[in-house]
Design a protein. Structure first.
Length: 395
């Protein structure tokens, strides 16, 4: 057994029409002036922003709006949001969107509560001493940022994508209406399902002792997304499948699936962040392209976990194989088949990248530097290891 702290203070309102509670909830958590932060025009065209703002009006809350968040959210928009919030006296940030919108909102909220540039927190120059309260109306099941302590931002001037982790930024509430995800293109839905599973898989592959109950939760979550992703591929209007995936996204990244496992890996995320920072690829697709190569490279470091994953998640029949290594490889191959079934890539070429060895070496150099020299727990990866995984994914 390993000691752990589990802290998940976010209030969840889950169900059809739940976005009508946004104003009431913001007021309960002390809001008087709200920044409504969102992405593109779809949130406006769908009427969602109007419904959310009407809810704020009903609660008697002043509000200003700032759209324009894009995938791999940009620091420049964070700066614009902080400037707007300070000028308008904003004391609450309401994110209406998915992980990119939520992370941008968190960074703006850090800027409201702290002097200076919030980017300092992402690159480790300073630590935040507080954060303006954040609420969420979730529209994309993927990142889990609606319940997490993570805030990942891309500095487009330096092509650096880094996260700041602090409990200060955990949202006060998360409103989850699976109906709001019905309009998503299949590609976004599929990328979201990959991201959700990866948040648990990053915690699952560990050489340390684990707890049976945590393993059961993690494996059940992974199987649930596995099954419901395929349902949504064939029937994107299945609201029950969307509900399963949406709730799984929150549980995958609020700390529940690493209780008692002695640490998390997140090397695949670090490797992918360098790709999305440099080439602006979609995060979930980038993870799918990197994971098989990462898995084959580190498998020997926690072989028992890869066998358990193959048997309990992928459904590999052990009678068909003679060795533990063969079972583990079959599990990795099963995930590749699953990614292809979702029309997701399993290497860099399928992701749309054709990189030179110099490109790969630069990505590895940056990854190692941004990780402080190394990353991983399934196997500790240094720059040379990161380069080899990139090469495997690019072969």
């Amino acid at each position: 057994m390993n000691s752990f702290t589990y802290y998940a203070p976010t209030r969840v309102e889950f169900g059809l029409g739940a976005e009508s509670k946004a104003g009431q909830l913001a007021k309960e958590y002390g809001a008087t002036k709200v920044l409504v932060h969102f992405g593109g025009e779809s949130a406006v065209r769908s009427g969602l922003i109007d419904r959310v703002c009407a809810s704020l009006d009903e609660a008697g809350l002043f509000h200003v709006e700032l759209g324009g968040v894009v995938p791999n959210p940009r620091l420049s928009l964070v700066h614009k949001g902080v400037e707007l919030a300070r000028a308008e006296g904003v004391d609450f940030v309401l994110a209406v969107g998915g992980g990119s919108v939520i992370d941008s909102s968190k960074s703006i909220a850090y800027g409201i509560a702290n002097e200076g540039d919030p980017w300092d927190f992402n690159i480790g120059l300073r630590k935040p001493t507080g954060c303006a309260p954040v609420g969420v109306v979730l529209t994309i099941a993927a990142a889990g940022s609606e319940m997490s302590s993570s805030c990942v931002i891309t500095n487009e001037e330096t092509n650096v994508k880094k996260g700041c982790n602090s409990d200060f930024c955990r949202p006060k509430f998360a409103i989850m209406n699976p109906e709001l995800t019905l309009s998503l293109p299949w590609y976004q839905t599929a990328c979201g399902c990959v991201d959700i599973m990866m948040h648990t898989m990053e915690r699952y592959f560990t050489p340390n002792a684990t707890m049976q109950i945590t393993d059961e939760i993690a494996e059940g979550l992974l199987r649930t997304v596995f099954e419901n992703a395929l349902i949504l591929r064939d029937n994107p209007d299945d609201i029950d499948a969307r509900a399963e995936v949406m709730w799984a996204g929150s549980l995958a990244h609020n700390g529940l699936t690493d209780c008692g496992n002695g640490g998390s890996d997140f090397a695949s995320h670090a490797l992918e962040h360098e790709l999305s920072a440099a080439y602006d690829v979609t995060h979930g697709a980038g993870l799918a392209a990197i994971w098989p190569s990462w898995a084959r490279y580190v498998m020997d470091g926690c072989l028992d976990r890869f066998v358990q994953f193959a048997l309990n998640v992928v459904g590999v029949d052990p009678e068909e194989y003679e060795t533990a290594e063969e079972i583990a490889h079959a599990g990795i191959e099963g995930m590749e088949e699953f990614y292809h079934a979702l029309e997701m890539p399993t290497n860099l070429h399928e992701l749309g990248l054709d990189l030179s060895d110099d490109d790969l070496a630069e990505r590895a150099r940056r990854c190692a530097a941004n990780c402080g020299g190394s990353r991983g727990i399934a196997k500790v990866l240094y720059e040379e290891d990161m380069l080899e995984i990139y090469r495997m994914a690019n072969a």
